[in-house]
Design a protein around this ligand. Structure first.
Ligand code: ADP
Ligand code: ADP
Length: 231
């Protein structure tokens, strides 16, 4: 049961540039967390962004839920895809509650339903709504901001989550805790997740399968984490 499939995908940002992604074919099954790992600049973010069409492939197809993303309306496509980026990407002049409720509001959810959902999500990511709900992002630690970013991405319960170095900007101790907690949350939620990291240890800890890339977005290996550990 494949949710995301790359079929012979190539991405070139410019005619003179080497391809950022080279003939990529692989798929992600429902409820699976696949980590994309490899050195900086090898094309991981580009691969992720082709799923929600922040980047368009030069050749090949990206298929989500059986449909070629190139033929799906972008708004409809993104409704089903949560996106978490490194520096959380929160709106600085909006409270935590407002940030988390962004997508439900855009979708026109009832106010009370949205408010309940927001508090439920804050609890889920380990932030007490009464303490943190009315704060602004700058009044939170980096790790807390990332929690809010995860809550926001989950708000409308999208089946697919894209995470681009989501815990990359926090110190190692906090990162360790966020990894463990996210893994626990994911065990319940069973989202289909693509998770970008340059850290093989993080990939092995968090993923069901690890896709190892080299420069030019070349897929070198798609392996069970245990295989990588024993290699
Ligand atoms: P990673 O996420 O692995 O660090 P990226 O996908 O960000 O890699 O980048 C892959 C390659 O594509 C790099 O050489 C980068 O410079 C290039 N690149 C990324 N985005 C753009 C862009 N918008 N325009 C031109 N080149 C880009
Ligand atoms: P909304 O966008 O619906 O007003 P917010 O949760 O973003 O909701 O803001 C709550 C209240 O705080 C609003 O009255 C808003 O005008 C005010 N506010 C927003 N940004 C700031 C800020 N940086 N400093 C102080 N008050 C702010």
């Amino acid at each position: 049961d494949e949710v995301i499939r790359f079929e012979g995908v190539v991405k070139r940002y410019g005619r003179r540039q080497a391809p950022a992604v080279t003939d990529l074919t692989f798929s992600v099954r429902r409820g699976e967390l696949v980590a994309l790992v490899g050195p900086s600049g090898c094309g991981k973010s580009t691969i992720l962004r082709m799923v929600n069409r922040l980047v368009e492939p030069t050749a090949g197809r990206v298929v989500v839920d059986g449909r070629d993303t190139g033929h799906v309306d972008v708004v409809t496509l993104r409704r089903g895809i949560g996106y978490v980026i490194q520096a959380a990407g929160l709106m600085p002049h909006r409270t935590v509650r407002h940030n988390v409720g962004t997508v439900p509001r855009l979708l026109g959810w009832d106010r009370d339903v949205t408010a309940r959902r927001v508090d439920e999500l804050l609890d889920l990511v380990g932030l007490d709504p009464a303490t943190y709900g009315d704060r602004y992002p700058a009044q939170l630690s980096g790790g807390q901001q990332q929690r809010v970013g995860v809550a926001r991405a989950l708000a409308a319960d999208p089946p697919v989550l894209l995470m681009d170095e989501p815990f990359g900007a926090v110190d190692p101790v906090v990162r360790d805790r966020l990894q463990t907690e996210f893994r626990r949350i994911q065990t319940d939620l069973r989202k289909t997740v693509l998770f970008v990291t340059h850290d093989l240890d993080e990939a092995v800890r968090i993923a069901d399968r690890v896709a190892v890339f080299s420069s030019g977005g070349v897929l070198e290996q798609l392996a069970d984490p245990q295989t990588l550990l024993s290699a």
